[in-house]
Ligand binder design. Sequence first.
Ligand code: 5AD
Ligand code: SF4
Length: 471
Amino acid sequence: MTELWQEKVHDEARQGEAYAPLPGEEIAYGRKFYIESYGCQMNFSDSEIVASILNMEGFGATRQVEEADLVLLNTCSIREKAEQTVRKRLVEFRSLKKQKPGLLVGVLGCMAERLKTKLLEEEQLVDLVVGPDAYRTLPGLIQEAGDGHKAVNVLLSRDETYADIAPVRLDSNGVTAFVSIMRGCNNMCSFCVVPFTRGRERSRDAASIESECRDLFNRGFREVTLLGQNVDSYHWVNEQSGTVVSFANLLERIAQINPLLRIRFSTSHPKDITDHVLEVMASYPNICRYIHLPVQSGSTRILQLMNRTYTREWYLAKVQRIREYMPDCGISSDIIAGFCTEKEEDHEDTLDVMRKSLYDFSYMFMYSERPGTLAAKRYEDDIPEMVKKRRLSEIIDLQNRLSLESNERDLGKTFEVLVEGNSRRSDDYWMGRNSQNKVIVFPKAAYPGLQPGAYADVTVRRCTQGTLLGE
Ligand code: 5AD
Ligand code: SF4
């Protein structure tokens, strides 16, 4: 039973997924591109912008790499492992290039930004290197690379938000979509490479966000996830009217599009999430009761070294505040094991914060030193790999227990579930999510006529650590 209902959702399982057009959206294009995306949701969302730019250039998407004239990897630099995966993939593509002269291989995203021309110096590996703010220049770069020149653009921008580019929803379930609301990051978390690879924080025009969401709704989509590295610092000023739109204001605007449109968002920084945001969430049932609130560490000393600007007490008070506004709110976290100088007592503090916050889910990592970051410059990566591994596995064990307990608390409860599609394990079951972002699988037979995009009230009868099973 346990095995059967493990529906993997928000994890790195999507890594390297290739895109393909939605049925009925295939158009005959002269040339074909193949794209794989790695890393965060923002990267997957960027690939949809890239797809749109390429479509306008006469490139259609393909899932078969052998068919492609252009192969793109949209890459991630967050941990060393992410970069190694991409390197392996590039080596695999090298033999493809040998078989197919003229095939262009490009690296997009954070690794392109971090490594710049270094990627081009390696023999016959890469023809194009394009950073996250330079996708508009792809057509020219493809032309240059096609003419045999090495093509690079890794300029970061202060204002690029791709606001006017309608993303092409490729490989979509037609029900849920990601909408980018800002780019870059101004938080200087000492472990993190993102401020260097994605540049300064900037917010996208609120009206363009609203019209993208409205358009998605009109096309049958029923859930949007508003994306940003730090959504709570969203800030848009309408130059003409002088009106300021905060994240709380934006949430409210999107929630008012239609009560049938669900709204999610990610990621929240504990230091920035305001009572106003919680108030708006609590007053609109279509804003999902779920907050991803990365703690990173439960030790105040380590948090300070990480430059997170809050203490463990401050974080726990924030969790408390969320639960005051919304007692049923799901909360998840990101946790790093083995940051520089981490002692056993710091690690214990992390486990303690996990127990007190009762996370429904967490993404858990071993610290990986990234060149150029504040931590790499200031602190020694001094925790032995073995210790990092052991601490991580203790964190994972605890989270597994907390997830199971959280799911067990839901037994017997009835949730409104938005149906996303077939369960991965069986076409006789639907898979959807409740407001708290938990995956619920339930038999189709009990709900005749139900289709993806519809809502169903489902009562939870059984569960595993990863999934609720309903009737
Ligand atoms: N090492 C390990 N994990 C990291 N993260 C970010 N940078 C690093 C790093 N250098 C984690 C953080 C962040 C998530 C996206 O990745 O937990 O929230
Ligand atoms: Fe990876 Fe961070 Fe870049 Fe996303 S922003 S792709 S997580 S490095």
